[in-house]
Design a protein around this ligand. Structure first.
Ligand code: CMC
Length: 435
């Protein structure tokens, strides 16, 4: 572990003469971390932290978030600079390898991803096993997990070359699987990848091309897609990444681990929020209805949340949301949409919420999902595809975090403990003696 102990914290167990001094580990930035590994052995107690809000589950060098300041860094680089200047493939290299690539490294990496975009032809049949109205995340969970059955030549997680090839395969094939899930749902033929195209161009091509006419891509939309992928690429130890790490800690193969991450991303509190935002905007309907909706959100008994707002870590504006908002305007301009009622509604909703005492006092700001759905809808993606798109981007982060975990010499199976509040020891009674 590279975090140096520069201080300590002492725990005194009330009512006993026992105490323990725990080292406080310092990261390169961010709060110090109390190393509690000797806690149970010395004091016989565990820590309790439902939702892991105060727990560092691992050491990582990949992504840093300062939630109070609204800062997001990939390997030290601010998200704003990467979204503005880097391509998604450069970002993928950065997340996986630690530094931005030089020209030769980038060309080799890019080529490596492009060489793996095709799916095994046998995998086509998997899609046909699904109902046409299956949610694309259901298809993604199944087909990505099924990749484990196709690549026995790269499943030895102790072999660095296997890890490298699996990373390429996952990053290259998830867009193809996602596009094919969409094509299957709408009854169009699958479009095979075109490796002359960039990552984002190729994805848009597989999603939108049809054999009956030539496909004409738009550089502005490809750039927007590339930026959306960059913004979603990693976000430190969120629920789906922690799921990938936990599954991977058992030695499970990377395809199975990423399938687990996809399942975790699906929920509306996580990646499913982009879909939920559009549903919410549809339900609100008009600017006039916003105050009523806000009142429902504030009513503790209603269970209604302002989707696309709030974050476990950000207590300030999510930096990705600002870039999304800008990208949204660029995309609508490119598409010649001068007036988008959904954008008007979202802008007004944001304005009203940010002035409302409830949202101010709870430090609830727009997150990445607030504007992404509006852009994706304008680009022609059906709502059900939004979370799948998030999965395409996040695959890079998952794979990077999985690789970092496997290569960590301190890595061992993730196995949390619990606060047991169930029955005390009791003995089995035959059925006839139970009242
Ligand atoms: N609308 C209304 N109230 C909210 C919201 C919201 N969106 N988010 C949090 N709160 C309130 C919540 O009611 C609670 O209030 P109180 O303390 O008075 O009981 C307080 O804020 C803390 O909420 P929490 O649920 O304990 O906070 P959390 O850190 O567990 O939840 C969250 C974080 C993202 C799940 C939550 O903010 C939320 O449900 N947001 C809407 C869903 C969403 O947009 N998710 C996308 C997150 S960003 C992308 C990603 O991670 O995938």
């Amino acid at each position: 572990m590279s975090g140096q102990a520069n201080s300590s914290v002492t725990i005194n167990l009330d009512g006993t003469n026992k105490s323990l001094t725990l080292p406080l580990l310092a990261g390169s930035i961010g709060p110090a971390v109390a190393d509690i590994r000797k806690l149970y052995g010395n004091l016989g107690i565990f820590t309790y932290d439902p939702g892991y809000g105060e727990t560092a589950s691992c050491e990582s060098k990949i992504t840093y978030i300062d939630g109070d300041q609204g800062v997001l860094l990939y390997r030290g680089y601010p998200i704003e600079e990467l979204a503005e200047h880097a391509t998604f493939i450069e970002v993928a290299y950065l997340l996986l390898n630690g530094n931005l690539p030089n020209r030769a490294e980038l060309a080799e990496f890019d080529q490596g991803v492009r060489r793996h975009t095709m799916l095994h032809e046998q995998l086509r049949r998997f899609f046909e096993g699904f109902r046409r109205d299956a949610h694309p995340m259901a298809v993604l969970c199944g087909v990505v997990g099924a990749l484990s059955a196709f690549y026995h030549d790269s499943l030895d997680i102790t072999n660095p070359e296997h890890r490298r090839i699996s990373a390429f395969r996952l990053i290259a094939k998830v867009p193809t699987i996602t596009a094919w899930a969409y094509k299957y749902a709408i009854g169009q033929p699958f479009v095979y990848p075109n490796n002359d195209l960039s990552y984002a161009e190729n994805f848009l091509y597989m999603m939108n091309a049809v054999p009956a006419e030539p496909f004409k891509g738009s550089p502005v939309l490809s750039r927007a897609m590339d930026r959306i992928l960059t913004l979603h690429a990693d976000h430190e130890q969120n629920a789906s990444t922690s799921t990938v790490r936990l599954a991977g800690s058992t030695g499970a193969n990377p395809f199975a681990c990423i399938a687990a991450g996809i399942a975790s991303l699906w929920g509306p509190a996580h990646g499913g929020a982009n879909e939920a935002v559009l549903k919410m905007l549809g339900e609100i309907g008009t600017v006039k209805a916003i105050p009523d909706f806000i009142a429902r959100v504030k009513d503790r008994n209603s269970n209604v949340r302002l989707m696309g707002f709030g974050h476990r870590v950000y207590k300030n504006y999510d930096p990705r949301a600002k870039i999304m908002q800008r990208t949204c305007h660029e995309v609508l301009d490119e598409l010649g949409i001068e007036d988008d009622p959904l954008l008007d509604l979202a802008t007004e909703l944001e304005r009203i919420a940010l002035q409302d005492d409830y949202f101010v006092s709870h430090k609830l700001y727009p997150n990445v999902d607030f504007y992404s759905g509006i852009i994706l809808k304008a680009m022609g993606f059906p709502t059900s595809m939004f979370t799948a798109l998030f999965a395409v981007a996040r695959t890079v982060g998952w794979v990077s975090q999985w690789k970092e975990m496997i290569e960590d010499p301190l890595q061992r199976i993730g196995r949390p403990r619990q606060l047991y509040t169930g029955p005390l020891l009791r003995h089995y009674q035959p059925l006839e003696q139970r009242v």
